[in-house]
Design a protein around this ligand. Structure first.
Ligand code: EPU
Length: 416
């Protein structure tokens, strides 16, 4: 197992190229099951989760190769299963459920268990599919789903769910009649998926709003698509500039996907200038303590909560950070405290009292974004921090230590 070693205290300066978004690439890969043949994707990040989805699809008979472009051939799909071994390492594996049912009318997908950030059930995915006429049985931890045909339905989500919206949108593309998804997720990744599905011949309207209408078609054909930039990676590097009092230019990003993040970081004392596909960021004051509440897009994302907390750990006052998406996404709090942060948990709110300095220590990564927050805190801390279990980081941040080293960070990977 690798650990990341960081000697903190350097102001980061220079340019960072932002990678393609993991959470946009994964649904696109699952969508390839909807149309037999060769799909081509550009800007797919090289990450563990992408590799896991590749293995999952190849177990079903897909052939893929990641070179400059990502080629995915789904001409010969023979099995319709997402096994426990893969779903337990990556919950996004459930994204194959909708496409398999739409195209092959059957699927056997392991139920994901709870994970480090919460219980994360898939009841809303399953209920929506049932409304479309799918029979669902739970057997030995697996969802066994089948349908003679899928029919359009009006599906109203009790709670906004990103992969739930994606799964049902994919299922509806080949259903008989019209499906309406109400209280749908509005995330840019949902919009990108709808754009690719429409490019394949689907008829989807309203993606990016709370109501998405899908008029089922008989068949889809493979096409090509460029994955949108990773807004969470972008936000993480913005925070890195802030916490190290640095000056960065981020290239290949989509500033318009980060309005809420940019607004909060600006309040916290960062000057952020947006270009068409770039952002320039530097700190212009001490770090100011700012409150934040996570909510579905376009509000402040839960996937930036931990990183924002690292910044607030060095704020000039008290910051209240309220997590409203996942009930248990505070595993980073104890680790940040090991670095000297003063944080108390009151239910779903973390009360962060800014301190003057953090100091290096041994810490443990517990999930992807928690790991990113530890990296940020370590970059600002005095002395050396060792972050253990960084395989979490490799799930979602492409070549993070190379990107950080290129802007001056003293960071390296060691075997433990
Ligand atoms: N929920 C239910 N029932 C469902 C589905 C969701 O109760 O059937 C609840 C969840 O437990 C949670 C809330 O609804 O409390 C929202 O969950 P959502 O379904 O939106 O999360 P997700 O689709 O599983 C995606 C991202 C996450 C990101 C969340 C929220 C992908 C592959 N994953 O997860 O990304 O945190 O949306 O924005 O798109 C990450 O990248 O680090 C990550 C965890």
């Amino acid at each position: 197992m690798d650990k990341l070693v960081i000697e903190g205290g350097v102001s980061l300066k220079g340019q960072v190229s932002i990678s393609g978004a993991k959470n946009a690439a994964l649904p696109l890969m699952a969508a390839s099951l909807l149309a037999s043949g060769k799909h081509t994707f550009a800007n797919v990040p090289r990450l563990r989760d992408i590799r896991t989805m590749q293995v999952l699809l190849s177990n079903m008979g897909a052939v893929s190769e990641q070179g400059d472009r990502f080629e995915l051939d789904t001409s010969d799909i023979r099995t319709f299963e997402a096994p426990y071994e893969l779903v337990k390492t990556m919950r996004a594996s459930v994204l194959v459920l909708g496409p398999l049912l739409a195209r092959y009318r059957k699927a056997r997908v392991s139920l994901p268990g709870g994970c480090a950030i919460g219980a994360r059930p898939i009841n809303l995915h399953l209920r929506g599919l049932q409304q479309m006429g799918v029979d669902i049985e739970l057997d030995h931890g697996y969802v066994i789903a089948s349908a003679s045909r899928l029919r359009g339905a009006v599906i109203s989500f009790d709670q906004v769910t990103v992969t739930g919206t994606e799964n049902l949108m994919m299922a509806a593309t080949l259903a008989d009649g019209v499906t309406v998804l109400q209280n749908a997720a509005q995330e840019p990744e949902v919009v990108a998926l709808a754009e690719y599905l429409n490019k394949m011949g689907a008829r989807i309207e309203g993606a990016g709003t709370t109501e998405i209408k899908i008029d089922g078609v008989r068949e889809l054909t493979p096409s090509d698509f460029t994955v949108i930039p990773d807004r969470i990676e972008t936000g993480t590097y913005l925070a890195a500039a802030g916490i190290t009092n640095g000056h960065l230019k981020l290239r290949g990003c989509r500033p318009d996907h980060l309005d809420a993040v940019i607004q909060h970081l600006a309040q916290a004392g960062l000057a952020i200038e947006a270009g068409q596909d770039s952002l320039e960021v530097r700190r212009v004051s001490k770090i100011r303590s700012v409150d934040v509440k996570t909510r579905p897009y376009p509000a402040f994302p839960t996937d930036m909560q931990a990183q924002f907390m690292a910044l607030m750990a060095l704020g000039d006052g008290v910051s209240l950070i309220t997590e409203q998406i996942f009930e248990n996404r505070f595993m980073h709090v104890l680790e940040l405290k090991r670095l000297g942060a003063e944080i108390e948990l009151e239910g779903r709110t973390a009360v962060v009292r800014g301190v003057r300095r953090l100091s290096g220590a041994q810490v443990m990564a517990t999930d992807l974004r928690a790991s990113a927050s530890l990296v940020l805190a370590a970059l600002a801390a005095e002395g050396v921090t060792e972050i253990h279990r960084i395989y979490h980081l490799d799930r979602g941040y492409e070549t993070i230590e190379k990107k950080l080293a290129a802007i001056g960070a003293k960071v390296w990977r060691e075997k433990t």
